[in-house]
Design a protein around this ligand. Structure first.
Ligand code: SF4
Length: 287
């Protein structure tokens, strides 16, 4: 196991996320006991692991979420096979009572597809799991209009600064100067800060950015997921109650590590945090 992966696992275990040892009932026993993410400490894995634990807690807390209470939307990108490892009541994990259904979306369209679903079935807890190429690039219009409208859903957005799934081309989130496959001399454009943009829109009720690079930030990520889901649950009669965004500065061990930044933590600290400030940009949902 690589150093980076070992550290992530140690941190997760230290914060009580035993889920990584004994996979949550919410996560299917994926092929060979792992997801389809690259090995080595991928941030998508980390975020999905924490989300699975939060969903598990909510299904125990709210009886009426047991029967397919969660609707997850996975678009194209590194989350493309999310439906495969999040338990699917009618799929491979049909014998389990975990209350999740999943949808695979066209590239960039997760918030639009989730909007349609939420308007038809407001009682469901609707969550999209998007990457930066999808949420901030190809799907930018869909994303901003969802927040403008204030559709009552939660976007959990992993920003790793590249179009990673297709080989680390420049994305709208790539910090200036960062070397990519399409810009070997360094990105020449300004990146977009989605948490700040979302906060400006009237339909947004919550917007936060978290960098899960230490133990306390894992707890923070779990806390905000839990708060946003509780809020959606309490307001489930109103499909326009407001939209929540959790942006995660996400480790990508395949493309963020190089001579200049030997670990993903180095990349996030040195290349991303100077541009992507962490913190809460809007909060109308409570603590
Ligand atoms: S390319 Fe990077 S972000 Fe995508 S699955 Fe692999 S490690 Fe994770």
């Amino acid at each position: 196991m690589r150093e980076q992966e070992k550290k992530l696992l140690e941190n997760l275990l230290a914060e009580g996320f035993e889920i990584v040892k004994n996979r949550s009932e919410v996560l299917l026993p994926a092929p060979e006991g792992r997801t389809t993410m690259c090995p080595g400490g991928c941030g998508h894995d980390l975020t999905d692991t924490i989300l699975a634990r939060v969903i598990e807690d909510k299904v125990k807390k709210y009886d009426d979420l047991t029967e397919r209470g969660f609707e997850l939307f996975f678009p194209v990108g590194c989350e493309v096979f999310g439906y495969y490892w999040f338990a699917h009541k009618e799929g491979v994990g049909a014998d389990r009572e975990h209350g999740i259904d999943s949808n695979e979306c066209a590239h960039g369209r997760a918030t639009s597809e989730a909007t349609g679903y939420k308007l038809a079935m407001p009682e469901k807890i609707v969550i999209t799991r998007q990457g930066d190429g999808d949420f901030a690039g190809i799907g930018l219009a869909d994303s901003l209009h969802t927040f403008r409208k204030g559709v009552n859903l939660l976007v959990i957005y992993s920003n790793n600064a590249y179009y990673s799934m297709t080989g680390a081309q420049s994305a709208p989130t790539t910090p200036k100067g960062v070397v990519t496959k399409t810009e070997p001399l360094g990105s020449s454009e300004n990146p977009i800060r989605m948490a700040e943009h979302a906060a400006l829109l009237d339909g947004t009720v919550f917007s936060v950015r978290v960098a899960p690079i230490d133990r306390s930030s894992y707890k923070e990520l779990k806390h905000w997921m839990s708060e946003a889901i509780d809020w959606q649950y309490k307001n489930r009669e109103n499909p326009y109650a407001g939209t929540c965004l959790i942006e995660v500065l996400s480790p990508c061990p395949v493309f963020q590590r190089n001579k200049e930044t030997p670990t993903c933590e180095d990349f996030i600290r040195e290349k991303m945090l100077p541009i992507y400030e962490t913190g809460v940009f809007k909060n109308k949902i409570g603590d």
